[in-house]
Design a protein around this ligand. Structure first.
Ligand code: FAD
Ligand code: FAD
Length: 334
């Protein structure tokens, strides 16, 4: 059921089989499987995640390539609730290891907040990442293009940049290396540092060797209309013609609530997991963009299947078998 301030007290005195942090692509997949295994599960979703921002899912088999993330989220959330899972709009602030269970501290409501604690045998960390965007005085100008013709994921949208004039926007010199991958899709690349880093002579020479111009002045604004880019204007007045772009400025990882668990192994900010998405903590699984691997919807959805199935296996194997009691009773009588 959908939980809210009004009814969540009904769930704070029970122990869930699994709590899923993040109701994005991976988290909803996990919860659908958990609910269909008959396990008690709760999804906690803060809102405004990466998959909500995904304007169209380009490459998922059987889905129209214009399918917006928001439509999948709405449908998937309803599926979870229909199969018997719980769903709460809230922000997971902390997870405390209490030995045979985990305590999950949630903030509900931005104003006049409420802080319930839920207990669970297993936790699935499905909280993903969010892409860093260039900061402009008018951020609406960035949002008008980011996710439409100004992309953040080459695997997702490289095809849609094919042979177009493209800007590559970076915040660090090392991020410029994406140009030498993006050139699979288009060689017409202009690199913009938005004034955030200095570029060494070696990298400058490599860019020059490929014919890719470099501009180090900050971006003033993106040009175009109806989400279709026409170019980029820099603060020094330069105008660069481009119909598409790739922002490669890194990601913010939604993993703070796990930082108090010492036994977790990290690869940078990604969680290390085994083949069933189990972390180095027996009761914690990690799926989708937050774990090591390829950041794609198809991967997050499959990860959700694996994590939920492994949790079910473990709980099932530790549970007494269900017997046909009526037949046993009859056998006793006869
Ligand atoms: P998400 O779907 O991001 O879900 C994580 C959820 O956790 C979010 O909803 C977030 O709000 C929530 N959350 C985070 N922290 C907390 C917290 N502390 N408490 C509660 N909730 C929390 N992939 C493709 O395969 N094909 C594409 O065409 C494609 N296009 C994309 C286009 C854009 C513009 C973007 C931004 C991404 C695109 N992606 C695409 C990537 C895709 O969105 C991700 O790979 C996918 O959503 C990862 O799923 P996930 O479940 O790991 O994370
Ligand atoms: P397939 O989808 O089976 O594709 C393999 C293809 O290879 C077949 O089309 C076959 O004809 C072809 N092929 C085989 N050999 C050759 C050859 N030598 N040359 C050329 N072609 C060849 N999964 C779920 O996730 N949820 C469900 O609810 C679900 N329900 C199911 C219900 C039923 C009745 C069945 C049978 C399966 C169900 N599954 C379900 C399982 C799901 O169908 C499989 O896990 C999934 O299809 C596996 O994908 P695949 O690509 O590995 O194999």
């Amino acid at each position: 059921m959908k939980l809210s301030r009004k009814n969540l007290h009904e769930r704070t005195d029970q122990v869930y089989d699994a709590i899923v942090v993040g109701g994005g692509m991976g988290g909803l997949s996990a919860a659908i499987y958990l609910a269909r295994y008959g396990l008690k599960c709760l999804v906690v979703e803060k809102g405004k995640g990466r998959s909500l921002w995904m304007q169209d899912l380009r490459n998922f088999v059987g889905f129209d390539p214009d399918t917006p993330g928001r439509a999948i989220l709405n449908h998937g959330t309803q599926q979870v609730v229909d199969w018997g899972g719980d769903y709460l709009r809230g922000f997971v602030e902390d997870v405390v290891d209490e030995g045979d269970q985990l305590a999950v501290q949630v903030k509900v409501g931005k104003a006049d907040s409420y802080y319930p604690v839920f207990r669970t045998k297993y936790l699935i960390a499905a909280s993903g990442v969010i892409d860093v965007l260039p900061e402009l005085d008018n951020m609406q100008n960035v949002y008008d293009y980011a996710g439409y013709t100004l992309h953040v994921c080459m695997i997702c949208d490289g095809f849609d940049m094919w042979d177009q004039k493209a800007v590559l926007i970076v915040g660090k010199e090392s991020q410029i290396n994406a140009a030498f991958v993006l050139n699979w899709f288009t060689p017409y690349i202009t690199v913009l540092t938005h004034g955030l880093c200095t570029v060494g002579d070696e990298m400058k020479a490599k860019l020059a060797d490929h014919g890719y111009p470099l501009y180090e002045a900050p971006i003033a604004r993106f040009l175009g209309e109806h989400h279709k880019m026409g170019g980029v204007e820099l603060t020094d007045g330069t105008v660069i013609e481009a119909t598409t772009g790739l922002i490669n400025m890194g990601s913010i990882y939604h993993n703070r609530y796990l930082k108090g668990i010492p036994s977790l192994e990290w690869d940078g900010e990604n969680l290390v997991t085994n083949a069933m998405c189990q972390t180095t903590h027996d009761r914690i699984f990690a799926i989708g963009d937050l774990k090591q691997g390829v950041n794609q919807v198809s991967v997050a959805v499959a990860d959700g299947t694996l994590a939920a199935t492994q949790i079910w296996r473990t709980i099932r194997r530790a549970s007494p078998p269900r017997k046909w009691e009526e037949n046993l009773a009859k056998a006793l009588v006869s």
